[in-house]
Design a protein around this ligand. Structure first.
Ligand code: ZN
Ligand code: ZN
Length: 327
């Protein structure tokens, strides 16, 4: 079986090539991820780790089993007797994991591993449901478990999914998303507050699939596409977004339309916002990509404020340097 990488909310692992991202929610601190293929399901659930009062892993396992039983009983409307077997603890990403094997149905194997990751400050539950043949089942799951990383020795987080990869600073949390046929976007936010200032940085990566069919008359004229198909939408989602200048650049091996601008607004609370957008057609994936970055700082009128433009430039440059929009 062939495997490929997936990176999501600070987790990095290898999954079978046929496995697809089926559901996800939350952000780095707390959330879930589900990947599926015929005969195999992978579910990752995580929550903030309370380092002062860590729960025993056995207790977390018990409530997981209880919740599973409840859900199944609700579905089937009858009492269910779940078989639970304690497995030997194993090491995952250098942590000792508490492991059990659940049997909800004959022939269905559900290994569950639970551990605390002090480095990413999360409790992680890794849950497999498999009806693969015995031999294959064991080797495939072992491969995935061995590849699993819950903390990374770097400040940026790799996102690898949806035939796309990039890295962003760990202070950017997934704040909004839409994953759909035809159109997908992920929005990350980094919010910092202090007594007199409020800094909000936002990065959105969005793509439109099958661009040569859906936008047959504009996909090769990206400026026209931006104005007629995208601009109104972008304005609705990003209040105060402004662009003053545009140029086409050769970056990430594509001709990229780069728009940028700066907006000042407000009377009592003054706000300065830097806006950047990068839009291009990628023929290899047949997608139109649009990346929007805004960075704003707000403070009372009497307080001196200044955007750290160098920092913003660095964030964008590093993001673009790691971005791969096609396989
Ligand atoms: Zn870890
Ligand atoms: Zn590309």
């Amino acid at each position: 079986m062939k495997f490929r990488e997936i990176g999501w909310n600070g987790f990095l692992l290898e999954i079978p090539e046929d496995m697809r991202l089926a559901a996800e929610g939350g952000n780095f601190n707390s959330g879930y991820l589900r990947c599926e293929m015929e005969g195999l399901l992978l579910e990752v659930k995580w929550d903030a780790l309370n380092q002062k009062k860590t729960k025993p892993l056995a207790e977390i396992a018990n409530s997981f089993v209880k919740d599973t039983r409840k859900t199944l009983e609700k579905k089937s409307k009858k009492k269910i007797d779940l078989k639970v077997k304690k497995l030997d603890n194993i090491f995952i990403s250098s942590h000792s994991a508490y492991s059990i094997l659940l049997e909800t149905m004959p022939g269905l194997k559900e290994p569950i591993h639970i551990w605390n990751c002090e480095k990413s400050k999360r409790v992680v539950i890794l849950h497999f449901v498999s009806s693969l043949p015995e031999k294959e089942n064991e080797s495939v799951i072992r491969y995935m478990v061995n590849s699993f990383k819950c903390h990374l020795e770097r400040d940026s987080i790799p996102w690898i999914a949806l035939n796309l990869r990039f890295s962003i600073p760990s202070s950017f949390l997934l704040a909004d998303r839409k994953i759909a046929v035809g159109r997908t976007y992920l929005t990350f936010e980094d919010r910092k507050f202090s007594t007199f200032t409020e800094s909000i940085k936002s990065l959105t990566i969005e793509y439109f699939s099958m661009a040569n069919l859906v936008f047959s008359d504009t996909y090769k004229k990206i400026e026209e596409w931006f104005q007629s198909k995208y601009w109104n939408d972008l304005k609705k989602r990003h209040k105060n977004i402004t662009f003053e200048a545009a140029e086409t650049k050769r970056i990430i091996r594509h001709n990229v339309l780069h728009k940028y601008g700066m907006k000042k607004s407000g009377l009592l609370t003054k706000r300065t916002m830097l806006c950047e957008n990068f839009t291009w057609y990628c023929s290899k994936s047949n997608r139109i990509y649009s990346v929007t970055y805004t960075s704003s700082i707000g403070s009372p009128f009497f307080f001196k404020r200044k955007l750290n433009e160098e920092e913003d430039k660095k964030i964008i440059q590093e993001f673009l340097a790691t971005l791969k929009c096609h396989p």
